[in-house]
Design a protein around this ligand. Structure first.
Ligand code: GRF
Length: 217
């Protein structure tokens, strides 16, 4: 079967991009990354893509007169590359409603919290300030509202005594690198459906314990 052609949009470090590159390199993985697009030149994520031999483009938002023109250029690049699914991976621009609607259910994002908690920036600082015992990450279909949309995969991570935002972010990032490839595999295998704004995944297995306690004693 033809592999799903993926376009990844980045703005920086690209560690999630790397996790997706590594997953796509595994034998039999049902997706391939056909294009990496950054709105910032010279970032580490672009190096990662080049090293993997993936076609890269830089579209700097400052070169466009307005958001709509920027979104149109991104859309054209993705369409030209024959992309079937767009993965946002640390892409720090908000995409307009027309773009989001055009790519509806073919546009996913990873957010470093257990949505719907802590949408927006500084999630780890806010999780620590709120005193939650668990946080995590969410891979979701993108809707026009920020960090909103049907949830595909979540990974939960404990908040531990002595955590600061940096340590917590590192623990969540490790989970992100597992959650994003898993969500991509589900989609590329054609197992994901959005039904009334909730995601159904055919044949997925749930084997965590019935509950997790934190702390434990
Ligand atoms: C990740 O924490 C991701 O959840 C958020 O932005 C960060 C990107 O990191 N959307 P990287 O560029 O993938 O390393």
């Amino acid at each position: 079967m033809a592999r799903l052609k993926v376009g990844v949009l980045i703005s920086g470090r690209g560690s999630n991009l790397q996790a997706l590159i590594d997953a796509c390199a595994r034998p039999g993985f049902p997706a391939e990354i056909a294009l990496v697009l950054s709105n910032v030149a010279g970032v580490k994520g672009l190096e990662r893509a080049e090293r993997a031999g993936i076609q890269c483009r830089v579209l700097a938002h400052r070169d466009f007169p307005n958001r709509a023109a920027f979104d149109t250029a991104i859309d054209a690049a993705l369409t030209q590359a024959g992309i079937g699914l767009v993965c946002l991976a640390g892409f720090m621009r908000i995409l307009g409603e027309a773009f989001v609607e055009r790519w509806r259910d073919r546009l996913v994002n990873i957010h470093p919290s257990l949505m719907p908690a802590f949408k927006g920036l500084h999630t780890h600082e806010r999780a620590l300030a709120a005193g939650v015992r668990f946080t995590g990450c969410t891979v979701h279909f993108v809707r026009a509202a920020m960090d909103d949309g049907p949830i595909i995969v979540q990974a939960a991570v404990p908040v531990l005594p002595g955590d600061d935002a940096e340590r917590l972010a590192a623990r969540v990032l490790e989970a992100e690198h597992e959650a994003y490839p898993l969500a991509l595999r589900f989609i590329a295998e054609g197992r994901v459906r959005v039904v009334e704004e909730r995601v159904e995944i055919a044949g997925s297995i749930t084997k965590p314990p019935s509950h997790l306690l934190n702390p434990q004693g």
